[in-house]
Ligand binder design. Sequence first.
Ligand SMILES: *Cc1c(COP(=O)(O)O)cnc(C)c1O
Length: 431
Amino acid sequence: MNKYNLSPESLMMSYGYEPEWSEGAIKPPIFQTSTFVFKSAEEGKAYFELAYGLRDKNKNEQLGLIYSRLNNPNLEILENRLCLWDKADDCAVFESGMSAISTVLMEFLKPGDLLLYSSPVYGGTDHFIHHFLPSIGVNTLCFDASDSKEDIIERIEQSGYKANLSLIYIETPANPTNDIIDISVCKEIADLYSSEEKKVHIAVDNTYMGPLWSQPLKHGADIVLYSATKYIGGHSDVIAGAVLGNFEIIQRVKTLRTFLGNMPSPHTCWLLLRSLETLKVRMEQQMQNANIIAKYLNEHSQVESVNYLGLLDKESKNYKIYQKQYSAPGAMISLYIKGGEEEAFFFLNNLKLFKLAVSLGSTESLAQHPASMTHAGVEPSSKQRLKITDNLVRLSIGIENYEDLIWDINQALEKVAMLDTAKSSDFCGRV
Ligand SMILES: *Cc1c(COP(=O)(O)O)cnc(C)c1O
């Protein structure tokens, strides 16, 4: 059975696991063990030779189970299944999205190197790039969705570090604005600065759209990153991360992971295996709900504007990138409420079914205020430029009945309208 002959959703219940390994259990048990018993000293020696790269693998030889910081059945089954969605050679899973991201940045950037990254990026990533990387002598340079290929090249040329460019890191669509970045343009830039001795790698944080609606490897990315806490986990009950790419890249990432020790526990992997079985049905329902809700919001009199990939102007540059890179508009909506922080907070405080919480991609719908929550640390001038304003609210749409979600949004927006009427009558001196 070639793993690519069948659709990933057909393989999520069985791929990479044989019931005879576990007394016929249809599902992999949790291999809650720290270490594995070798059949003989010779076998232990052979496994360690591979683990430490002391010799090449023999034909069909697999690395045996040694110790749960290096490998564990739950971890390996999860990695094998995640590969199917992105059509990647290999995968390394992590105890959080941030540990996946920071491990990749540390492996692919050395002192003196230049990192080119898109802005805005997830707050934790932003902090790591601004505070940790400079402390180890890595130079950083950002661009945003409005920059053309020529603008970006000019910035690299003027940075003084163009010979040291070694990684392009992008997040698309950007959180919380839904701006999108063309991966193939980044690939052209990477090729321009790659040489025989040094390849410039491209890493894409695919948390917002993957693995269902976007597969960055197809568009020239070398490394795909996930906060598996979001859609992959999908139930707001686990923190995890993943990195995908070719064998050579994932070997490097796994080697660093072995020594940082930031792999997930068997229990976390087991929870994610359970989540993966319903990944497609969850994400599709979330997207269908979001599509209807975005259109509803776009017509609402209390709403100034809505950023949602399903509402892109068909003549825009973003729409062309969207068509090329994504198979659906996703389930994340950003809306600008008429008014400012007061109106946005009043809306959030009056929601009944939506939960007021950060995170995204889960079965329940969530709402939050980027300017004061997820993006509180972004400098005021950048906030203005990136349109992370006080009246911006971000919604992550879940799998509830969309009519109930619309009812909830509507009753909260009606309260905002009453607040505004009260304010304006005060202003006029009338009640
Ligand atoms: C949540 C998130 C992360 C960080 O992941 P954790 O699992 O919370 O460590 C990184 N990137 C994006 C886009 C995210 O939404």
